[in-house]
Design a protein around this ligand. Structure first.
Ligand code: DGT
Ligand code: CA
Ligand code: CA
Ligand code: ZN
Length: 579
């Protein structure tokens, strides 16, 4: 196991111990152990374990060192497995309700005998939760709403997770001798932030072996349909998938149809009808009485061309004006993953990341990035181990030294993810902020403010001369928590007026600001930065999800600051700081 997985295991132990109401000192030992691990480089950790010296590290005692070693060498921990087994699964499930932490769940269990979500719903409906000390009417309402949302959320999956399941299946399908072409279609191909089910389109002449392969994949839990042209399965994760088998001549039509979206398809069909043609998953054929000829197409571009359209990238097929733009040959030249030269919002083990500064920079260098911005949490984010002025100054110093050392080809920008306090002030004084290359300003607490207060708060932060960009504008966590109430139209206008960037937070659970707002905002002059919000080296890869969302928002390379070369970015940041 690597240190990120070990840290996750330690955090899980702390959470479970808290659910059991264990001694707070013991709980904190696991939490700080997880944090300390982040500051040890992976290679060093292996050495410390091999030489049995892990307990010499400050913050790691003998008992903890043993557990870490067990996880590192075997990938398992008996202690954790026993702990998991000792707790009712319903209690752990309750942790997925927003606002319910281990302490509150323990209180609900001890005082009301609540053991699972069903019991919690009943207790709320009977008004018992409102009467409990530390809860009240408002919090009872929030819990009920959270449980309701959870059911809706359970029907969809993050794009990132769905892609992880789909990619090896597409690979596997393509390797089958009966298969000539295979693609994942549907919302996954369109790059939607959440996906309902997977849709695979396959061209095959001999279908039975393909259906057999698909329905007996190891992760399949249930086969819900199995026929000549279609099969449907449900995976253990709850995700469902449709497989559609077509003759090679129909592949392009089926791929286009099942990529969707529905709105896009409806508009395409109307366009075809106006030309005396009928468009379906089977083909493009003349309507009755029309003298048009059947159109054959080997790829989607052929279908679009037959209807007088430029090729529309799947990300744009939402029925939001892409057909008109394709007709006028005015589709944007969309940003591509390879356009990115760095990113600004990334964490290290100095706050709540799992990798050291050097590990993060090495990972950025391996991606070929020209620059990496480090923006750890600020002091008010104590839950995320935010940096006080002294620790921030040390980090800035470390970054400057790393840059002059020439150890990495990637330049490091010293920034911070500065909390926007409840009244809109920033979390450091002006002198501290002035020591940085840039500032990402983000809301992390008091998320439940009124729309009026939240909007004024965010705009005040945008108007601060030290603010470079606004982080995760609404604070939404996809399939987990709705965003804050905030007037984004006003926020976007304020950002443009103050020359402040709004980030497209590329973390697969955020993708915030939403793609639906970008086209209009960019046209008005808003500049974007696509930021992975990485908390570990592998997190830098999140930019892929961000680029997809940016493409859905019609963004081009020119709309995104971190497509520019280092010298231009440096100049932009300096100008912004008034340096
Ligand atoms: P999802 O799975 O809810 O995330 O969204 P999609 O877009 O993947 O939808 P899905 O799986 O129900 O169907 C895939 C595509 O098939 C959809 O985007 C468009 C096409 N499609 C499905 N049902 C209809 C329909 O009733 N009318 C039209 N025009 N197209 C349809
Ligand atoms: Ca689908
Ligand atoms: Ca489907
Ligand atoms: Zn943040």
């Amino acid at each position: 196991m690597n240190k990120t997985d070990i840290a996750d295991a330690l955090e899980e132990i702390a959470l479970l111990l808290e659910l059991k109401g264990e001694n707070p000192f013991k709980i904190r030992a696991y939490q700080s152990g997880a944090r300390v691990l982040g500051s040890i480089e992976d290679a060093e950790l292996a050495t410390l374990i091999a030489e049995e010296r892990l307990d010499s590290v400050k913050g790691i005692g003998e008992a903890l060192a043993q557990k870490i070693a067990e996880l590192h060498t075997t990938g398992r921990l008996e202690f954790l497995e026993k702990l998991r087994a000792s707790i009712e699964p319903g209690l752990v499930e309750m942790l997925t309700v927003p606002g319910l932490g281990p302490k509150k769940i323990k209180a609900l269990h001890d005082k009301l005998g609540v053991k699972d979500l069903a019991g919690l719903t009943a207790a709320c409906n009977e008004g018992k939760v409102a009467d409990l000390a530390g809860f009240g009417e408002k919090s009872q309402q929030k819990i009920l709403e959270g449980i309701r949302n959870r059911e809706a959320y359970g029907r969809r999956h993050l794009w990132w997770d769905a892609r992880e399941v789909a990619a090896p299946i597409v690979e596997g399908l393509r390797k089958l001798p009966q298969v000539s072409r295979a693609e994942a279609a549907g919302s996954l191909r369109r790059g939607l932030e959440t996906v309902g089910d997977l849709d695979f389109i396959v061209a095959a002449e001999d279908v039975a072996p393909v259906v057999e392969w698909f329905t007996t994949l190891p992760e399949v839990k249930e086969v819900t349909a199995k026929g000549e042209t279609k099969a449907s399965v449900r995976f253990a994760s709850g995700l469902q998938a449709d497989l559609r088998l077509v003759p090679a001549a129909q592949f392009a039509f089926a791929l286009h149809h099942f990529t969707g979206s529905k709105d896009h398809n409806v508009q395409m069909r109307q366009r075809a009808l106006a030309r005396g043609l009928s468009l379906s998953e089977w083909g493009l054929t003349p309507t009755e009485g029309s003298n048009a000829e059947e159109v054959k197409a080997n790829d989607e571009a052929g279908i679009f061309a037959a209807l007088g359209l430029a090729f529309v990238p799947p990300e744009l097929r939402e029925g939001l004006g892409e057909i008109e733009a394709a007709e006028d040959n005015k589709l944007p030249d969309l940003i591509k993953p390879a356009d990115l030269r760095g990113a600004f919002h990334n964490h290290t083990s100095a706050s709540d990341g799992h990798a050291t500064l050097a590990e993060m920079v090495a990972a950025a260098e391996a991606l070929g990035w020209e620059y990496l911005g480090i923006a750890d949490h600020s002091k008010s984010s104590f839950q995320a181990n935010g940096l006080d002025e002294e620790r921030l100054a040390k980090q800035v110093d470390d970054i400057r030294k790393l840059n002059t050392s020439g150890r990495f080809k990637t330049h490091v920008f010293a920034g911070v993810e500065c909390d926007i306090l409840a009244d809109g002030r920033l979390d450091y004084d002006d002198a501290t902020l002035a020591s940085l290359d840039y500032v990402v300003a983000s809301v992390h607490n008091a998320l439940g403010q009124s729309e009026e207060d939240m909007t004024a708060r965010v705009i005040r932060a945008i108007e601060h001369p030290a603010t470079t960009m606004l982080g995760h504008a609404t604070g939404r966590l996809l399939l987990r928590r709705e965003g804050s109430k905030v007037n984004l139209g006003k926020v976007i206008d304020a950002a443009i007026a103050n020359d402040v960037i709004i980030e497209l937070n590329a973390h697969p659970v955020r993708l915030d600001l939403d793609w639906r707002l970008w086209r209009k905002a960019a046209a008005k002059g808003l500049l974007c930065a696509i930021n992975p919000d990485a908390h570990e080296t592998s997190g830098l890869a999140h930019v892929e999800a961000g680029v997809l969302a940016a493409r859905k928002g019609w963004l081009t390379k020119a709309d995104v600051l971190n497509t520019r070369p280092l010298a231009e970015v440096r100049a932009w940041l300096e100008k912004r700081r008034g340096a």
